[in-house]
Design a protein around this ligand. Structure first.
Ligand code: KG4
Ligand code: ZN
Length: 337
């Protein structure tokens, strides 16, 4: 019988300090997280310098907590995995240096994980039977991309945003409406009570698979400013419902078009915006119409967490491609998939 593989994974790319222990890339043994949302809410968004400082304060305690919950020690681990990009540089430096220290002092292999690979791998934890190939829609604060993940694990980018990421648009709409950070969940909550009949932009049919969110973002901002200038009450709920409907429609239309064109029956959602209930529902329904199953992780695995880094790290550990010497790994604010 094969021995089980345990990975201790670290995530610190934005405002969540996470440490998790993952077994065989698919089972979460413990998943400790320290969120800084309450701190950054005071500023209306993540302040990079404050995020770095809080990672530095919290990371050791979060790591101890993850090991305690798992009733394990570092010596029980087969490898240490860490997000080395993309993200806020100062925040990444804290996680990477902590991981380097652990790996070096305990003689463990170190695996550098691309944050976006982590978001995709969250689905391997949620769906033990999920295997390649599949079509993946990556939707986060920094990414909006349609990627084919082939049988041999190659990534083929077939569409991306030409300007803003969809999560960025959710955050901007929330800000202009005076809703708390992070914007996505606030917009979703208000959308529930609103009518979705404001058409911010005309959705054009096109044959490519690219997205654009700056047009709708600017349209919402202008709409709100015009109402404010007239001294009228801003219909927050209706604006949220209408924006969310159009934003989701763009994602669903392009994804279904791509699934049909390239013959995918598995559509996987990854990244923070995949927590959006309207997106999950609309994509599932549209998928059913073309005989495709739609996968998305449970809410706690959609937004940033270390368990997903452990799942992605396991793949890099097993194929040997992810292993980096602890003294060589360098954090990077931008990396490609
Ligand atoms: O993946 P993530 O946690 O961090 C990045 O890697 O960027 O994604 C964060 C983004 C934010 O823009 C946040 O507003 C959005 O995901 N988000 C949502 C929801 N929950 C988080 N957007 C729409 N609806 C949600 N329920
Ligand atoms: Zn993320």
């Amino acid at each position: 019988m094969n021995k089980d593989t345990y990975i201790l994974a670290i995530e610190s790319s934005c405002d969540d300090t996470g440490v998790a222990i993952v077994k065989n890339g698919r089972e979460v043994i413990s998943n400790a997280i320290s969120s800084q949302i309450d701190i950054h809410t005071l500023y209306g968004g993540v302040v990079p310098e404050i995020a770095s400082r809080n990672h530095a304060v919290n990371i050791s305690g979060v790591c101890k907590e993850a090991l305690k919950r798992a009733n394990m020690t570092i010596d029980d681990m087969d490898a240490i995995a860490v997000t080395y990009g993309a993200g806020l540089l100062g925040a990444l430096i804290v996680g990477v240096n902590f991981a380097k220290g652990l790996a070096y002092s305990h003689h463990k292999p170190l695996i550098g994980v691309n944050h976006i690979e982590g978001h995709i791998a969250a689905n391997y934890i949620a769906f033990k039977e999920l295997n390649l190939p599949f079509l993946c829609l990556i939707v986060s604060g920094g990414h909006t991309a349609l990627v084919e993940i082939t049988e041999s694990s190659d990534r083929k980018l077939i569409g991306t945003t030409t300007d803003d990421a969809v999560g960025e648009a959710f955050d901007k709409v929330a800000r202009v409406l005076g809703l708390p950070y992070p914007g996505g969940p606030s917009v979703q909550a208000h959308a529930k009570n609103g009518k979705s009949d404001i058409e911010f932009i005309k959705l054009h049919k096109s044959n490519d698979f690219n997205f654009s969110y700056s047009g709708i973002k600017t349209a919402v901002v202008n709409y709100v400013h015009n109402i404010e200038q007239r001294g009228e009450k801003v219909p927050v709920d209706d604006i949220c419902a209408s924006f969310q409907k159009q934003a989701v429609e763009m994602l669903v239309t392009k994804t279904i078009m791509a699934a049909e064109k390239f013959g995918y029956k598995k559509i996987v959602l990854a990244g923070g915006v995949s927590a959006n209930a309207a997106l999950r529902e609309a994509m599932t329904q549209a998928g059913e119409k073309i005989g495709a199953k739609v996968y998305y992780p449970e809410l706690s695995l959609c937004t940033d967490n270390a368990a997903m880094i452990g799942a992605a790290g396991y793949i890099g550990f097993k194929n040997g491609k992810g292993i980096i010497s602890p003294l060589k790994i360098v954090p990077s604010s931008t990396i490609k998939l």
